[in-house]
Design a protein around this ligand. Sequence first.
Ligand code: DGJ
Length: 736
Amino acid sequence: MNIIWNKTSGQFHLYNDRISYIMGIAVNGELTNLYFGKRIHDKENMSYVIFRTAMPNVLVDPDTESYSMELNRQEYPSFGTTDFGMHAFEAETPNGSAVSTFVYKSHMICQGKKGIEGLPATYADKEEAMTLDIELEDEEARMSLVLSYTVFRDYPVIARHAAFKYHGNEKVRLKRALSCCLDLPDQEYEWIQFSGAWARERIPSVRKLGSGIVSVESRRGVSSANHNPFVIIKRPDTNESQGEAIGFSFVYSGNFIAAAEGGSFGRLRVLMGIHPDRFCFKLSGGESFETPEVIMAYTDGGLNDLSRSYHRLYNNNLVRGRWKNEPRPILNNNWEATFMDFTEERILKIASKAKEAGVELFVLDDGWFGERNDDFAGLGDWVENTDKLPQGMAGLSRKINAMGLKFGFWIEPEMVNPDSNLYRRHPDWVLSSPGRKPSLGRHQLVLDFSRKEVVDHIYNMLYKVIDGAMISYIKWDMNRSLSEVYSQTAESEEQGGVYHRYVLGMYSLYERLIAAFPDILFESCSSGGNRFDAGMLYYAPQAWCSDNTDAIDRIRIQYGTSYGYPIVSVGSHVSAVPNQQTGRSVSIETRANVAYFGTFGYELDLNELNEEEFEKVREQIRFMKKYRSLIQFGDFYRLRSPFETDQAAWIVVSEDKNTALLGFYCLRANVNMLPGFLKLSGLDPDRLYMMENEKYYGDELMNMGVAISRFYKKGFTIAEDHTSFVTVIEAIDQGI
Ligand code: DGJ
């Protein structure tokens, strides 16, 4: 890993063993991108990449005769001169002009990586990464801009963000401040986005790029289930195991845009950052604004390789604290078992059975506080409901800990029901626009987390509940999108910053709770996966992946999620049948075979299982305890896509390639068809492995494949809808 500044050419080359990122200073003083891709040799001067021929009808810069921004690759394109593409930022100066020209002023190269004030970001120590900060300035606007780039030793990624500062005596309005732009020299790419809605989150879809704009966006105040802030561009022939692809992952949990624009002359531009709609930050003299971070990853080894780069980076350099790289406790959550209708006695009964099964953590979901007996009331009143918990959280947590189980509970701190003491006392604490009724979602309103006193109040209430009890885990939920985003105390010129300040307020509450209770494991949740993004992983190392717990739908959701997020971050539980979302009944084996590939737990009352099923649950828990380190931190490979076939398969392989766990799922039976073969990935081709009492070479399993018929229990059992198997593959040292 290194960052080279080639002084004579004014070019920067960031590289590690796998990638090179090269940019230079163009003749107009602005930054131009020269290359991002597979590692290449360093060369003093690569100016030949810059196009310097005047073309008819193309505007050129006045001082440089033949240089047009539109014909070249920009590093962080400005608005208003000769580029005409989508711009990365827009700063309106006091005279109303939004034309900008930020030219190179200085740069600094340092070891390691700095954090971003108030925002989540990847981190690295001095040996792990190097950072380049390039300072640019626009004298006319009296503004400076620092573009930061980090190259990591161990991953083919570049982390980027930008910081603006105003130095004048008046005010500028920053109306757009995206985190990154990558201009590429051709448009031969496909775009993969991960979209959906509640209960069908992060479903990949692919489309061809070309001339024009393709984008995914959220204006919901959360990153959203509708479009995830993670996209991939890939070459048309790239598949899971080979070919070029570039990923863009936004380390942020609010509004966003990710766009690809095919320009008229063959250039492709990819942009990502906070959505510019209703974004406007006023900067007075001396004030600055820092954007969140984007992680760009490159591979020439296919999509599985790209995903593994994100998995490793996020596990090692984004997730923090006690739970980083720690196998996660197997939990039992009472939500689908009781909803809000429970007594302490019922909870203890569920917990005691969970303990008998081998569960390690019991989670009390929604309904323990205020007048919370249904979703019409109580949110905001973070005081125990003593009808349900006579000795409060302290009493219940003591009893559950005494059983030998860890204990955790549910909160939804960003919300308030109109029917709550908090709202009756502070009706102005919600986001709402003057003179208009705020819209309700699940009968609740959104607290104005852009205000410190609101966040402080919620912190103090939660602190009291947690501090007095024995708490190991918290599930932090968030069940509606933001609307009528207006802060009742902010000046009118500050209103364009409220969406972002809300997110900062939410992050600050996380930060304070983590600092006060560093051993607590946080799981984020937003009606399932409505806020499953890299930003949240900085605070909560795992996320409830979806409210859809149907195993068959979950295969698709978890498969899609795995493109951008580590397996250990995926909250996945076995729930009761018929499934509450789909009505489908799937065997307890298949439900567990899917849920293993995540954090694992149960979302039901184990007392309601018959003896045979309960025995299976005990066995499942024993199995998960044995293999969870491998599953949660091994190398994950997607093998067969449920979006392209009637089957799905994936495998996790230990780093030393000694052990692997294969999961295969039949979504829909194909009648009178040979079962075929499944080619595995990630094994050592030269080693001998044992699978289901039979020996195979690694190359045999990866090239010839596993005969699926091998797993037919009797007749064609495995070929039935919704059957599955999970099998262990172990390397053996001695030959056949
Ligand atoms: C939505 C979550 O996704 C569920 O798991 C559950 O916690 C409910 N909210 C509780 O209201």
